[in-house]
Design a protein around this ligand. Structure first.
Ligand code: AMP
Length: 281
């Protein structure tokens, strides 16, 4: 496994994979890796000649200074995990390399797709995500890029980005990897204390309960109320819990099986913010 901190040597190294039939698979991450990240690496390894994983905690996508400063950093463990998983190339740049005075001021507007749900609670977040992902796509020049279903709205934003900016990259959405009790794996989970960790699976439980109820013909508002109670019993302060159209993330009052819909949720346990989602169809 080769580790690069700078763009020029990374690009020189990747040159030999640029021509067909070789393909470059790319997995962008912010580190503090877990099995969810590794499932993206695995998907890339199955499909691409060489897998490049980036580790970079991007400052422009954090609207909350405390969240940015407390974001877990475990570079040595991350590198060991990536090596074991068979990753060929790691790119872990510093801020100077990514934002050398340029680009910080650029912003993206995705319309309602960028202002609902996460966009409403994290102003500027998706603009920062789009900025760093654009930079990384240009630097790495992948054929395939892998993202998690866990951050479904982010996947929709990046799909739009690729479409609008004509990136010649095929995107893959990889299913959410969960702990045995249903909690979606997340780098932020390592900040939960014992009590919070025991309460956290209620977020997924609430989604699963609503999904079952919708299929049994129950009303969304009744199910939402029950889910709210379940979360509050587990000390989770919800930011949002909604049923949305999978295509454009528009909020839906009721489930109709002839349209693809998704349940989305975000909540805080102590100061730690967790998100999850579940396809209903
Ligand atoms: P992050 O390091 O949190 O920015 O995540 C990097 C990538 O890993 C994103 O595409 C996430 O959606 C994906 N990811 C994070 N958690 C999971 C999970 N539990 N299952 C699958 N993919 C995930």
């Amino acid at each position: 496994m080769q580790v690069f901190r700078e763009i020029a040597p990374l690009q020189a190294h990747l040159k030999k994979y640029r021509n067909s039939p070789s393909t470059i698979g790319f997995v962008p991450t912010m580190g503090a890796l877990h099995r969810g990240h590794l499932s993206l690496v695995e998907a890339s390894r199955k499909e691409s000649t060489v897998t490049v994983c980036s580790i970079y905690v991007n400052p422009t996508q954090f609207n909350n200074k405390d969240d940015f400063e407390k974001y877990p950093k475990t570079l040595n463990e991350d590198l060991a995990m990536l090596e074991k998983a068979g990753t060929e190339v790691v790119f872990c740049p510093g801020n100077e390399e990514m934002y050398d005075g340029a680009g910080r001021g650029l912003s993206f507007d995705f319309g309602t797709l960028g202002t609902v749900f996460e966009g409403a609670y994290r102003p500027g977040h998706f603009s920062g995500v789009a900025l760093v992902v654009s930079k990384l796509f240009h630097i790495v020049g992948p054929d395939f890029a892998y993202f998690g279903q866990k951050d479904f709205q982010q996947f929709k934003i990046i799909s739009r980005l690729v479409e609008e900016l004509k990136f010649y990259i095929a995107l893959r959405c990889v299913p959410t990897v969960r702990e045995k009790d249903g909690l979606a794996m997340s780098s932020r989970n390592m900040r939960l204390n014992r009590e919070q960790r025991a309460d956290a699976p209620a977020l997924y439980e609430a989604l699963a309960m609503i999904k079952e109820g919708l299929h049994a013909g129950k009303k969304m508002d009744v199910l939402s109320k029950q889910a709210l109670e379940l979360c509050s019993d587990h000390h989770i302060e919800l930011d949002y819990l909604a049923l949305a159209d999978e295509k454009d993330l528009s909020i839906q009052k009721e489930f109709s099986p002839d349209r693809s819909m998704i349940l989305v949720v975000a909540g805080k346990l102590g100061g730690i913010r967790l998100i999850d989602n579940l396809a209903v169809n």
